[in-house]
Ligand binder design. Sequence first.
Ligand code: FAD
Ligand code: MLT
Ligand code: ZN
Length: 495
Amino acid sequence: RQHLAFISRCRPFSSVGRADVDYFRTFLPTHAILTTLPNDSGSVAPAELDVYNRDWMGKYTGRATTVVKPRSTEEVSKIVRWCNEYDIAIVPQGGNTGLVGGSIPVNDELILSLANMNKVRSFDPVSGILITDAGCILQELTDYIAPHNHIMPIDLGAKGSCQIGGNVATNAGGLRLLRYGSLHGSVLGLEVVLADGTVLDQLTALRKDNTGYDIKQLFIGAEGTLGIVTGVSILTPAAPQASNNVVLALPHFDNVLPLYRKVKRSLSEILSAFEFIDRTAYDLAVKHGQGRGLSDEDVAGAQCFVLVETSGGRREHDEEKLNDLLAELLDAENPLILSGVLSQNPAQFSSLWALREGVTEAISKEGKAYKYDISIPLDKFKVVVDATREHLAERNLIGEHAVKHVMGYGHVGDGNLHLNICAAEYTQEIQDALEPFVYELVASYRGSISAEHGIGAAKTHALHYSKDEVSIELMRKLKALFDPRGILNPKKILE
Ligand code: FAD
Ligand code: MLT
Ligand code: ZN
């Protein structure tokens, strides 16, 4: 098969064809290739590819005809080398839980799923360093290291499906960032298949390594546009001896920041999460059965809620601190909170967390989500949600058959608001009302248009709101250097 330059010019990539599948069959077993190509001996019905061609939100649809599921780094390398030679674009796919359309083909790219690369390579219970295949599911890694009294440094609502490679590729933040920092700190090494099939082995288990440029950092958050992550070395912290949580109901958003200051001062080293849910998000979580709601009496008059988690070394000590804090908050002359519910056992602990973690799922049950994952100054969280709601109302877009809810929730400790607009359908009218309105608002506060979910396909057109031309140009040069033919996840991050 020939590479034709003119094809490359007028249609950048070749579609996957029978010859390609035949080649993959020389080293992949039947179950590791799903293809809808006609006349292929192992072809499957198009519906079997739906779970790979549709994203978690049901917003993006790809047209891939073929999914390959290699079992080793060597197999990934062979596939990528072939695709690079024959101009076939590839979309790396982990658990397909991303929220910006990054894991879905924009056309008919080959989907390379990491799902069959799911072995733990090693775990050192002394250092806490875990070396694992990229396709391991986050929850399974958590379960694997739990008997050694370690936890993963990252936790998120999608933990039952997302893969560690996907977490690295998106630089996912999540619910533990406040305590354990970002993956840029806890990932110690990576193994990556580069665009020409070369394997970059930087899978070190070293805490310290100042030997020039730290190349692995470029792949963290690159969303599969610079290389395919096949192995991850990650530092896992010792499990806390005790964890507690409490959900606090607040009368106004204005109390959130003074409360955050107070909680930080009172709980100091045991504070491990400070998460925010506004009333709309809370009500939706309860409506859709996410966690155990507070009593009607507790939530009466509450405009928003905060979940505080503590993780520490001694249960009695932590509980005493938390109880003292609650008593102080409730006894104050002008209390910052209306009420608080403290978990009493592991089931309640999970149930309170579910109120916060389950918001994403609740929104997806309620309707279609327009998601804006933004970093803005903390005191602007409510301003942005209110301004967006008013903006939509002025355009008569609020209603049961248009925008049903506008809400905010997120990671106060990280300055990260999730502004979500839940509508009956995805429509161009709503989209046009939201953009560039939201991005301009974020830019006016010098915020980021993507705090933790990435750019994917959803935000390529908005990158310039958060990155200047010099930065974007350098990003383009890096892309050209790592992937000269542009086969890796085209049209993601950069247009
Ligand atoms: P996918 O969705 O499959 O892929 C995401 C991107 O990474 C794509 O661009 C893909 O091409 C690329 N990719 C995947 N695997 C690889 C690989 N091995 N090598 C190279 N590129 C790869 N995000 C947060 O940051 N914080 C949260 O709290 C959070 N909560 C969530 C809760 C829910 C319920 C859901 C559905 C999502 C949530 N997310 C959150 C989104 C988050 O980005 C993803 O859940 C997760 O990090 C993506 O992992 P994945 O394996 O599903 O990757
Ligand atoms: C979260 O914090 O819940 C996640 O980032 C998912 C979302 O934004 O809905
Ligand atoms: Zn989040």
